[in-house]
Design a protein around this ligand. Structure first.
Ligand code: OAD
Length: 234
């Protein structure tokens, strides 16, 4: 950090690779660490297909609470700066692990959502998928009679191949990757920045804490997303 900090305006194909820490300053809890969602809830009861098959209503209650909590929050300065950069440099891509839809609410487009979205549902019985903004609550059963499930990647679920491919293509083509607010502990998402690192792109990590990937980034900014993005965007 300091005078050798790259300036984002010098790059044309920036990828923002984002995680829960980006939305922390909006008031949305992260998953790990103190106050993290998984310290409070056991994923085996709320965030895997087995839990859903056992008790869909309980899993839906959990996700409706997440929707309510997210709906009460606003995108923060870092989301807004990212969206502004994308408007100015249209080759900018956003690859996120977040399911909160905050990038889009800040004005970003074509967001690659590796772990799906809280605001979509799908029916695994008939293959239907649709937007469901959740508020007011819509029927939880599809026209075919089966339960809708949140279109998010739960623990033990595979990622959507097309979405991963789109992320890989964006990262392969980037000249700068900015990783923001991710612990780098959830695979395969965590290893995607390695593609940019191996290709020799400039890579920046924004996180108040060290992560397993920190030593591999070309630049590390230790601080909260809003402050560090304001600094980077100049
Ligand atoms: P984590 O909760 O694992 O990590 C959040 C990271 O954000 C940590 O490294 C924090 O140090 C950092 N952080 C906290 N406050 C920050 C701030 N103000 N600015 C910048 N960084 C900050 O979240 P993810 O890495 O996103 O899966 O978790 C990956 C996946 O695990 C999630 O997508 C989720 C979860 O299970 C699904 O929802 C499917």
């Amino acid at each position: 950090m300091g005078s050798d900090l790259p300036r984002l305006e010098d790059f044309e194909r920036i990828v923002f690779f984002t995680g829960a820490g980006l939305s922390a300053e909006s008031g949305i809890p992260t998953y790990r660490g103190s106050g993290g969602l998984w310290a409070q809830y056991d994923y085996e009861d709320f965030a895997c297909q087995r839990a859903f098959d056992r008790d869909p209503a309980k899993v839906w209650t959990f996700h409706d609470e997440r929707r309510e909590a997210v709906a009460a929050c606003e995108p923060n300065l870092a989301h807004r700066i990212i969206a502004k950069i994308q408007r100015e440099k249209t080759a900018t891509r956003i690859v996120t692990q977040n399911i909160d839809g905050m990038h889009q609410r800040a004005g970003a487009v074509d967001v690659i959502e590796l772990h799906g979205s809280l605001w979509r549902v799908r029916c695994d019985a008939c293959g239907a998928e649709k937007e469901d903004l959740g508020l007011p609550l819509l029927p939880k059963r599809c026209k075919c009679g089966a339960w809708w499930r949140p279109a998010i990647v739960w623990f033990e679920d595979p990622l959507n191949f097309d979405v991963v491919e789109a992320a890989v293509r964006a990262i392969e083509a980037c000249d700068c990757l900015v990783g923001i607010g991710t612990s780098g502990e959830v695979y395969p998402a965590a290893e995607l920045p390695l593609i940019a690192m191996r290709a020799g792109a400039v890579t920046l990590e924004i996180n108040p804490e060290e992560t397993p990937l920190s030593p591999l980034y070309t630049h590390v900014l230790r601080g909260p997303a809003t402050e560090m993005m304001a600094l980077l965007a100049g």
